[in-house]
Write a protein that binds this ligand. Structure first.
Ligand SMILES: Nc1ncnc2c1ncn2[C@@H]1O[C@H](COP(=O)(O)OP(=O)(O)OP(=O)(O)O)[C@@H](O)[C@H]1O
Length: 234
């Protein structure tokens, strides 16, 4: 199992009380599975992603990433798990304005301390996979919003993480480009046997009647997962 959250509860201080952001949440995602998380604002979607990404330690419960129990690790060890096992895609592409698409990926490889001789080939292969081999030397301002998000996805996959966590990747895109981004993630999940969790409040707009390759949709309400719907393979 690439991600396993078991009975996870997370609270935040709220005046004299505590606000429960996640309430006894269970979620398992296997390699090759693409799970979407939906739900209203404040229902706990980002908190779920933050816990799964080892960015936030829950009050209680067990978090296992790629077979590693992270709940009891030091913050340095959790950072190592993030670096070696998890790729993040955020809403904003967070690309550095002065770097070419290729350099954005090489910088990540450098941070992840992968073998330098392999960086360039891996980065070019990834840019090719997301359809941007011809744009490797372009800087962010020379790319469209959809292209920037594809660079962002390729960058998250440098170093071959097994778990991909994606937060609202389509909110800055129009519907067509948003659908293309979700379909791209779905293809990469299969080709690379990744486990992926995508948080999106607009999945229904993106894919009315079908799920663009998403295997299951989890719905959150008040910090709890209230429904999980499996989707038939396309
Ligand atoms: N750092 C924080 N400190 C205090 N409360 C927080 C913090 N982060 C989130 N919360 C609260 O936890 C609850 C869940 O928030 P969360 O951001 O996980 O929801 P969400 O479903 O991602 O919302 P949105 O769709 O608006 O991003 C909310 O009530 C929110 O106000």
């Amino acid at each position: 199992m690439s991600l396993n959250l078991s009975n996870v509860t997370l609270t935040y201080p709220d005046g004299r009380e505590r606000l429960t952001a996640l309430d006894s949440v269970d979620l398992s995602v296997r390699a090759g599975d693409f799970v979407a998380v939906t739900g209203p604002s404040g229902s706990g979607k980002s908190s779920l992603l933050a816990v799964a990404g080892t960015l936030v330690t829950p009050d209680s419960g067990v978090v296992v990433v790629d077979g590693i129990e992270v709940s009891e690790l030091s913050s340095a060890d959790r950072a190592r798990v993030r670096r070696d096992h998890i790729g993040f895609v955020f809403q904003q592409d967070n690309l550095l304005p002065s770097l070419t698409a290729l350099d954005q990926l090489l910088l990540t490889a450098h941070v992840r301390r992968r073998r330098p001789s392999k960086h360039r080939a891996e980065a070019m292969a990834l840019l090719d996979e997301v359809g941007l081999a011809d744009s490797a030397q372009r800087r962010p301002h020379e790319l469209s919003g959809g292209m920037r998000q594809r660079v962002n996805i390729a960058r998250a996959l440098m170093g071959e993480p097994s778990l991909l966590l994606i937060d609202e990747p389509t909110s800055a895109l129009d519907i067509e480009r948003g659908r293309a981004v979700v379909a791209l993630i779905s293809r990469l999940v299969r080709e690379r046997n990744l486990a992926a969790v995508l948080v999106s409040h607009d999945l229904d707009t993106l894919s009315p009647g079908q799920r663009t390759g998403v295997d299951a949709t989890v719905h959150m309400q008040d910090g709890r997962i209230d429904t999980r719907v499996a989707h038939a393979a396309a």
